[in-house]
Design a protein around this ligand. Structure first.
Ligand SMILES: *[C@@H]1O[C@H](CO)[C@@H](O)[C@H](O)[C@H]1NC(C)=O
Ligand SMILES: *[C@@H]1O[C@H](CO)[C@@H](O)[C@H](O)[C@H]1NC(C)=O
Ligand SMILES: *[C@@H]1O[C@H](CO)[C@@H](O)[C@H](O)[C@H]1NC(C)=O
Ligand SMILES: *[C@@H]1O[C@H](CO)[C@@H](O)[C@H](O)[C@H]1NC(C)=O
Ligand SMILES: *[C@@H]1O[C@H](CO)[C@@H](O)[C@H](O)[C@H]1NC(C)=O
Ligand SMILES: *[C@@H]1O[C@H](CO)[C@@H](O)[C@H](O)[C@H]1NC(C)=O
Ligand SMILES: *[C@@H]1O[C@H](CO)[C@@H](O)[C@H](O)[C@H]1NC(C)=O
Ligand SMILES: CC(=O)N[C@H]1CO[C@H](CO)[C@@H](O)[C@@H]1O
Length: 463
């Protein structure tokens, strides 16, 4: 059984890196990484450079899993990688899920110096989509990302001590085609934003814009609270100025977030927000309020609302799903929209309309707006319009009647988190995760002339 993560020792490790080994702190450094949408899984990828010499690498972008991992097989060629010598306490403190030592024969890495007597730190990487767990080695190698600084346009900034887990190719099953690992953007110490922040002494903040189409490219900015420049009609717009803020809530109970289990209960490293009510076309969705709160009483952290980039559509607890869809259907039937559901919706959805009966405007299908009201300052609302609520389905049956379906799914009962906001609902929003001060900044919608593609980032790791 994997053991727990010891955080004090890990901070000690970073502490020593920070104060004794760091290169001279740079000026304001914003790193930029392309974000793309996978056509078949509807999940997102992040492009980075890895190894020596640097190789463009596509990773599955995950807001939730603890630490990054990468395929280490016979094709892993790099002159700069190294294992971490095993000392049980040290491996434990590294934070890859246990004090287990591994040996070099357990990874697929070709290692001419492999001596099975050389014990190295192990790691427990996990596929957050399929929830499959692996055991492999912890590895250190070079990660590099382009700098946003215009004066150094083609300049790459390197992290020489990027620390991640190796994984076997079987762990890639269920992830977008072409990816060779997972890019963790969680709150955990080993996530990519956290490693960038400590290695370069920059703010522990990242922003991400998930593209709404596999034909365009979005962006992730690391190490900066702005500016985030987008380009529209010959003008340059700093979108960090349009952000509105809401607190990021820390779920005190991380239990159940990952397959790996801990003998004690660390906090969740996922991003929760304080959703207090949901309105459809201005009408309140009746929700049992206790489902929206995180219940710490029994140390299970049940309830509440989080973001997840490993589920394509928002998942709602059953009773919420029922009242949500009921109200949506009622509002959509009102004279303003005059929409009647089809009798045979396409799974996993339950509310669909014939595409020809739905008008489409610049911000997507004209349907009732969904407002998520968030805690904190009054009036903070995350508005979901048609482009983010409806999914176009090419229907092969039923006389090829194309449909627009409400892109939310029933998550059943007894799941840890009541509302899991998925990929579809995150698209074409700029979201800033300020991990250092637990704040989320967002722009409710980029409009018809401004989308994630307007950050003008080119995906250098196209398959
Ligand atoms: C990376 O780690 C090695 C070994 O611990 C250390 O010698 C080196 O200075 C570190 N480099 C950076 C840039 O932190
Ligand atoms: C190294 O790992 C292999 C594969 O898991 C295992 O069979 C072997 O016993 C290990 N060797 C040592 C010395 O621990
Ligand atoms: C609301 O949900 C809580 C937790 O699931 C449950 O204990 C309670 O009975 C529910 N209240 C109503 C009125 O349904
Ligand atoms: C509503 O739609 C139905 C058929 O979809 C149509 O017969 C009716 O005239 C429409 N009503 C209004 C007020 O547009
Ligand atoms: C969520 O917001 C409500 C209403 O503003 C507030 O009473 C509650 O304390 C907040 N919860 C958290 C966890 O911030
Ligand atoms: C889109 O949003 C940008 C930034 O908020 C604004 O400058 C622009 O005028 C908007 N365009 C339209 C068509 O609404
Ligand atoms: C950004 O991309 C758009 C569309 O491809 C192009 O028209 C514009 O010139 C680009 N702007 C900059 C500053 O690169
Ligand atoms: C260096 C660093 O960021 N360490 C943090 C790792 O995570 C723990 C628990 O969240 C923090 O207490 C440390 O400060």
């Amino acid at each position: 059984m994997p053991h727990s993560l010891s955080l004090w020792s890990f901070s000690f490790l970073l502490f020593s890196f920070t104060f004794f080994f760091l290169p001279i702190p740079t000026l304001q450094t914003t790193l930029i990484s392309p974000v793309s949408k996978d056509k078949s899984t509807h999940l997102f990828t992040l492009s980075v450079y890895l190894k020596t010499p640097l190789q463009p690498t596509k990773l599955f972008l995950d807001l939730g899993f603890l630490f990054p991992w990468t395929l280490c097989d016979s094709k892993y060629k790099s002159s700069s990688y190294r294992y971490v010598d095993c000392d049980r306490t040290f491996c434990y403190s590294l934070g890859f899920g246990g004090p287990q030592c591994s040996n070099c024969t357990e990874t697929g890495l070709p290692d001419p110096n492999c001596n099975i007597e050389n014990r190295i730190c192990g790691a427990f990487p996990e596929n957050s989509v399929t929830r499959v767990l692996d055991f492999d080695a912890a590895l250190i190698d070079t990660l590099a990302l382009p700098s946003a600084d215009v004066s150094t346009k083609t300049h790459l900034v390197s992290l020489l001590n990027y620390t991640f887990s190796c994984a076997h190719s079987s762990l890639l099953r269920g992830l977008p085609k072409g990816v060779t690992g997972l890019a963790s953007l969680s709150r955990y110490n080993l996530s990519i934003p956290n490693q960038i922040s400590s290695a370069l002494s920059v703010t522990n903040t990242f922003a991400v814009c998930f593209p709404g189409s596999s034909k365009s490219t979005g962006v992730a900015f690391f190490g900066s609270k702005g500016p985030y420049y987008a380009f529209s009609e010959n003008s340059k717009i700093d979108l960090s100025k349009s952000l509105i803020y809401t607190p990021l809530v820390v779920n005190p109970d991380g239990i159940g977030d990952y397959v790996i289990s801990y003998p004690y209960n660390p906090p969740s490293y996922e991003y929760f927000i304080n959703l207090t009510s949901v309105r459809i076309n201005g009408q309140n969705v009746p929700i049992n309020a206790s489902l929206l709160r995180i219940d710490h009483d029994n140390f299970f952290g049940i309830g509440g609302t989080k973001f997840s980039s490993n589920t394509p559509y928002t998942r709602l607890e059953s009773s919420i799903y029922k009242s949500f869809t009921k109200l949506f259907v009622k509002e959509a039937a009102s004279s303003r929209f005059n929409l009647t559901t089809v009798s045979s919706p396409i799974k996993p959805f339950s509310v669909c309309y014939a595409a020809r009966s739905v008008k489409v405007a610049s911000v997507g299908p004209v349907v009732p707006t969904i407002d998520l009201e968030l805690g904190g300052k009054k009036g903070v609302v995350w508005r979901i319009v048609g482009a983010n609520s409806m999914v176009k389905i090419k229907n092969k049956k039923n006389n090829k009647l194309d449909l627009w379906c409400l892109g939310f799914v029933d998550n059943g009962v007894n799941k840890k988190t009541s509302i899991v906001i998925g990929a579809k609902q995150l698209e074409e929003n700029l979201m800033q995760f300020d991990i250092g001060s637990n704040k989320l900044g967002f722009t409710s919608l980029l409009n018809s002339s401004l989308k994630c593609g307007n950050f003008n980032v080119t995906d250098f790791a196209k398959n």
